[in-house]
Design a protein around this ligand. Structure first.
Ligand code: UDX
Length: 450
């Protein structure tokens, strides 16, 4: 099928590449000239497992800034542009409206075409965009009977987005339009039947999911996305809430999490306590859900509590540093990890940055290391007063405390004896519970887990 994806960010690019790998003819469109020129040279503007390998294949996949040049005879158009948070927590819809306007201006539908909103948008936005496009095209006197619309939210995790794309637990299609449903079912058929050759460099979940398809209405599809992210954030905040109580009781939160996760109804995923959640989705989507509820004068106390606990967790960790060091002003703190989670170079909305800012505000000098995100951190956080170090050992040199803020697996294999010897004081704050408490205590660290 002929596909156009509007937006070549985490969602749009991974969608475009995956659909091209499945044999579709895909055109990626973005307003960002630099990003498009990189993609034309088969260079990935983002770090995703398997993306470089797929881009290097000879797929029917090209990129352009000019939608009009690729929209002729298209079958499916994905709107996959960003919906960042506004200062008031509501979603900024300017990009999706601009995308809809661009489509309406360029599309002269002479054959069935399905326009799909993949961006995470507040409830009701799908209907708004459909009306915007229909009215714009019919005002030109063109036939709108060939237009079909659907919501198709994405559930991609950064760092394993392509694995989530090829091996999804579910594909949600929100539409009352049978033609839209039929076209998307055809588009995703290879995924739903798992009948494609596994792409190199993309992990296959074990056990491999069934990849079910759920058809529902557009509003429910939009809600599934928000509800899923808010639930995952709540699950993490729940274990983090318990971790504070376990610390007071002397219980081991990692064992509590393990014991809970052995119940298949709870499952072990998203049950790792620590510094809490960040990134470009959970913070935005939980606030947007609250924003939607408030428009209907309805409260979501559980989601509110999940956000509050997530903030409290960071303060709890800073308090732990204060009580250990007593005087933080002028102290040197080594911070290992600045990305919002491992296996990505994304430093946006990172809990590690919140921690570094808080310690800097208290007068500490924070020496940041990250295996992958350092270049982005140096650029995005140049004015924050952090020091950036190319190795964890450099960050640890002479520090009064060392902290693991992002659970990069490679921090497990550091020479922790060497780090202990280079520290001014042996305080190790494992804000992601990455290391073995007993092993660190045996080495001589004062170990703090969360
Ligand atoms: C999330 C959703 O998982 C994905 O389905 C949706 O499409 C987009 O948002 P992502 O933001 O990439 O994906 O990150 P995710 O892997 O979900 O982690 C989110 C945050 O939770 C990270 O800061 C991570 O460190 C934290 N986390 C995750 C925990 O603190 N504990 C856990 O057990 C798991």
């Amino acid at each position: 099928m002929r596909v156009v994806t509007l937006g070549t960010g985490y969602v749009g690019l991974n969608t475009a590449v995956a659909l091209a790998y499945l044999g579709h003819s895909v055109r990626g469109v973005d307003v960002d000239i630099e990003k498009v020129s990189k993609l034309k040279q088969k260079q990935a503007p983002i770090r995703e497992a398997g993306l470089d390998a797929l881009l290097s294949l000879s797929l029917d996949l090209t990129f352009t800034t000019d939608l009009a040049s690729v929209i002729e005879d298209v079958d499916v158009i994905f709107i996959a542009v960003g919906t960042p948070s506004l200062p008031n927590g509501h979603a900024d819809l300017s990009y999706v409206h601009a995308a809809a306007k661009n489509i309406a201006e360029c599309l002269s539908p002479r054959r069935d075409v399905t326009i799909v909103v993949k961006s995470t948008v507040p409830i009701g936005v799908n209907t708004m965009l459909e009306r915007q496009i229909r009215e714009h095209i019919s005002r030109r006197g063109e036939c709108v009977d060939f237009l079909h619309f659907a919501s198709n939210p994405e559930f991609l995790r950064e760092g394993c987005a392509l694995s989530d794309m090829f091996y999804p637990d579910r594909i949600v299609i929100g539409t009352q339009d049978d033609k839209a449903h039929a076209m998307l079912s055809e588009l995703y058929a290879p995924i739903l039947s798992q009948s494609f050759p596994p792409p190199d460099g993309i992990s296959i979940p074990n056990p491999r999911p069934q990849s079910q398809c759920l058809r529902t209405d557009q509003t429910s599809a939009e809600m599934i996305k928000y509800a899923s992210n808010a639930f995952l954030a709540t699950k993490i905040s729940y274990i983090n809430e318990l971790s504070g109580l376990c610390e007071k009781l002397g219980a081991n939160i990692s064992d509590v999490s393990l014991g809970m996760g052995m119940d298949h109804r709870i499952a072990p995923y998203f049950l790792r306590s620590g510094l809490g959640w960040g990134g470009s989705c959970f913070p935005k989507d939980t606030l947007a859900l609250l924003g939607i509820a408030s428009e209907y004068d309805y409260s979501l106390p559980i989601v509110e509590a999940a956000i509050a606990v997530n903030e409290r967790q960071k303060h709890r960790i800073v308090q732990s540093v204060l009580s250990a060091l007593k005087v933080v002003r002028g102290a040197r703190v080594a911070l290992l990890g600045i990305t919002f989670k491992p296996n990505t170079d994304d430093v946006r909305h990172s809990p590690a940055v919140d921690l570094a800012r808080h310690l800097t505000r208290l007068g500490a000098r924070v020496f940041v290391h990250d295996p992958v995100g350092l270049a982005n951190a140096r650029r995005v956080y140049a004015e924050e007063g952090f020091d950036f170090c190319d190795t964890a050992y450099e960050a640890a040199e002479g520090a009064e405390a060392i902290m693991i803020a992002t659970d990069w697996a490679e921090y497990r294999s550091l020479d922790w004896r060497r780090i202990l010897e280079s520290l001014a004081q042996p305080h190790l704050f494992d804000a992601r519970n990455l290391l073995d408490r007993n092993a660190m205590l045996a080495l001589g660290f004062k170990y703090y887990g969360f």
